[in-house]
Design a protein around this ligand. Structure first.
Ligand SMILES: Nc1ncnc2c1ncn2[C@@H]1O[C@H](COP(=O)(O)OP(=O)(O)OP(=O)(O)O)[C@@H](O)[C@H]1O
Ligand SMILES: O=P(O)(O)OC[C@H]1O[C@H](OP(=O)(O)OP(=O)(O)O)[C@H](O)[C@@H]1O
Ligand SMILES: O=C(O)c1cccnc1
Length: 481
């Protein structure tokens, strides 16, 4: 069994639609789909886009091999052999544009745009959403954690509690690009070049006659810079005193104890007491690591209590996005080919926020030239030129169109970058460290009120007048008004 081939990592209805397009002869008609989400996760003011690297690899590796074809034949006896033969030569030949990983993104703006034969565009929906939704969610969660501990060392410890192996490694990558420093997952370290860090488990202490002996042997065995877990028996009465003894022993050997780790109890109180004890013993250079079901709220609270914690090990809450386990990203048809040109399409809903924005669009970030800060994102139809020429534009809220303003001294940054053109990979994929740096720069483009963790200001995603008018005319057409 080839566990690596993700070509059938799709919902059956995609194959059904592909089959119907093939039977009806419409498989070569072009379609334009956009990926976006409607609501920000965790009550945050922004999301951090991630998942593109995996999407690229997935698109490049698409292949219906023998196993996939045999499986389809066995699933549906009625699939014609001719259709299965066609699938054997399948590859992505369309255009795909996306915002770069690490970009701050907002509801209802296209993050990925697929323009391809409907036959191809349909197959890839499920996997694209799967990768983008999860990785964007975890990068956003990690970014929230980073906001509350901007100067501390953040370590991702989640693998054991992650929703399986793929989530662990891609989650570790998402956390790193959004500001984490390291992961405990060695495979994520090997695959992505993320720095790895680790302490030791309670088992190491329990597996020795005494805690003191456990610490001594561990410190002797490992290279310089170990971290000792001090809460197995009694943090202040035994763990910290034994760590101090070990620290002194290491000094005698010309080495240094790096840190102690607290993994239970009142982390504020224990870290303050441990700090005093370490400082009094002359070990003021020894850092304090905390772990135990941490998230941005607990860390924020611990800081308010003046906890003396320098490094944070964060697992379950981050890797499972425990307070909101999914991002509701969608893949919606916005235009279809009709006699050689694109016909914009809309999906109507009773809820105005759910009515889709029709047509082949571009998305721009409007940066105020005098402040360097983002004012709003702006969706246009692809042919609109005035924004490219820097002409005065009207920004108005699509749900409350009477709220508007005009802007002129701006730079319009086009967010969607060409990734595949005619099936050819055209993007120069940044390294993970470049993505991390780009994400950091992104944050500087936003006023703090959009970035705060609690009740952030809403950053606006506006429509051009032309796009708005198109949307209104399609709504009128389909509702018979
Ligand atoms: N001073 C503090 N203020 C707020 N939250 C804290 C503080 N100290 C610890 N916490 C958090 O409170 C929760 C405590 O969980 P729990 O009661 O299960 O841990 P514990 O009993 O200390 O340890 P364990 O059950 O793992 O031995 C954890 O999420 C921890 O990070
Ligand atoms: O709490 P999280 O944010 O998920 O962080 C990871 C947790 O995993 C480990 O505990 P575990 O009980 O699995 O093993 P241990 O014996 O090393 O404590 C570690 O000690 C942390 O408490
Ligand atoms: O290195 C650690 O301390 C660690 C790693 C994973 C999970 N819990 C702890």
């Amino acid at each position: 069994m080839d566990y690596e081939n993700l070509t059938l990592h799709t919902d059956k209805y995609q194959i059904n639609m592909m089959y119907a397009h093939w039977v009806k002869g419409s498989l070569d008609e072009k379609a334009v789909f956009e990926v976006y989400f409607r609501n920000l996760p965790f009550g945050n003011g922004y999301a951090v886009f991630a998942g593109l690297e995996r999407i690229v690899h997935y698109i490049q590796s698409l292949k219906f091999g023998k196993e996939e074809i045999d499986f389809l034949r066995q699933q549906e006896e009625n699939y014609s052999e001719e259709f299965l033969e066609l699938l054997q030569g399948f590859r992505f030949t369309g255009n795909l544009s996306a915002v770069p990983e690490g970009t701050l993104v907002f509801p209802n703006e296209p993050l990925i745009r697929v323009e391809a034969r409907v036959f191809e565009a349909q197959l890839i929906e499920t996997a694209i959403l799967n990768f983008m939704n999860y990785q964007t969610l975890i990068a956003t969660k990690a970014s929230r954690i980073k906001q509350v501990a901007p100067n501390d060392v953040l370590m991702e410890f989640g693998t054991r509690r992650a929703q399986e192996a793929d989530a662990a490694i891609w989650g570790a990558r998402a956390a790193y690009l959004a500001g984490f420093h390291a992961t405990s997952n060695m495979r994520a370290g090997m695959l992505f070049g993320i720095p790895t860090k680790g302490t030791h488990a309670h088992a190491w202490v329990q597996g020795h006659e005494t805690e003191e002996e456990a610490f001594r042997k561990y410190a002797e065995a490992l290279p310089d810079g170990v971290t000792l877990l001090v809460d197995t028996y009694d943090t202040l009465k035994s763990g910290v005193p034994n760590a101090i003894k070990t620290g002194r022993m290491l000094e005698g050997m010309g080495k240094k104890l790096n840190a102690i780790r607290l993994d239970s109890g009142d982390l504020a109180y224990l870290s303050q007491e441990a700090r005093k004890m370490l400082d009094k013993a002359g070990l003021d250079y020894v850092k304090i690591v905390a772990s135990n079901d941490l998230d941005e709220n607990v860390i924020f609270n611990l800081k308010a209590q003046e906890a003396k914690i320098d490094m944070w090990g964060i697992g379950t809450q981050l890797i499972t996005a425990a307070d909101q386990p999914s991002l509701g990203g969608v893949y919606k048809l916005v235009a279809r080919e009709d006699h050689g040109h694109y016909e914009p399409v809309i999906k109507i809903s009773g809820n105005p926020e759910k009515v889709t924005n029709p047509g082949f669009k571009e998305v721009y970030r409007i940066i105020d030239k005098s402040t360097g800060k983002a004012q709003a994102d702006y969706l246009t139809l692809r042919h609109e030129e005035n924004i490219k020429r820097g002409e005065r534009i009207k920004l108005f809220d699509p749900v409350h169109p009477y709220i508007h303003k005009f802007v002129e001294d701006y730079e319009a940054v086009s967010l969607l970058q060409p990734i595949f053109v005619g099936g050819k990979f055209m993007y120069s994929m940044p390294s993970l460290d470049e993505i991390k740096q780009y994400h950091r720069q992104q944050l500087h483009h936003f006023w703090p009120q959009y970035l705060r963790k609690l009740n952030p200001e809403i950053y606006r995603v506006n429509l051009s007048v032309e796009l708005w008018e198109l949307k209104m005319s399609l709504i009128r057409k389909h509702t018979g008004q």
